[in-house]
Design a protein around this ligand. Sequence first.
Ligand code: G3P
Length: 230
Amino acid sequence: MKKEIEIELPVIVLNEKAYVESAGNRGLELAEICDSVATERGVSIVVCPQQVDLARVASASSIKIPCFAQHVDAVEPGSQTGFVTLESVKEAGAIGSLVNHSEHRLKIADIDFIVTKAASLNLLTIVCTNNIAVSTAVAELKPYAVAIEPPELIGSGRSVSKVDPAIVADTVKEVKRVDENCLVLCGAGVTNGEDVRAALELGADGVLLASGVVKAQDPRAVLLDLVSGL
Ligand code: G3P
């Protein structure tokens, strides 16, 4: 029986996306690297496997860290084809989901449906946003967390916490003004411990990242550097 898992802060959330490097067994191996670094260094890491690997990774005996889905659809269970329901994400063993990632945008009504229903299912939601106005609006929906990610920096290797520190600091300020309990993560271009430290100094509760680890020659080495910033 997997022990009750919570997200400790600060946290590093690895979004495995749909990269070839994170498909199938490679996705499980990346999650195992996250798990071993989290255990070894006593830090908080969450992994978001590819959708088709979610149940397999979340239920693997080698994985004790929390898993999140990369996306859920705003649909009820039933006669739906190819959609992912919150209930199925919970059944798969995830404790939450990313929502509205810039690579999978949703309407505000869908975000509201997902955040509200996730809360009723005791699932956590990390809602991705692209600017301060959207972050402020999303905070009104009471998600578990907002993750500010300027799309133009995603995959760039140029960290939002260095390139645009104001968007991080101002998102923290505005989101906490709306809901002091809502966490704020930041992402896009985060690739090393310095980037992580800078994000935390700006008031973020953690970071969301992908390519710096998934596409690395040595994902473990990169992750060890990233957690040095926590
Ligand atoms: O979900 C996080 C992701 O969008 C950031 O991408 O590759 O810049 O770390 P990356």
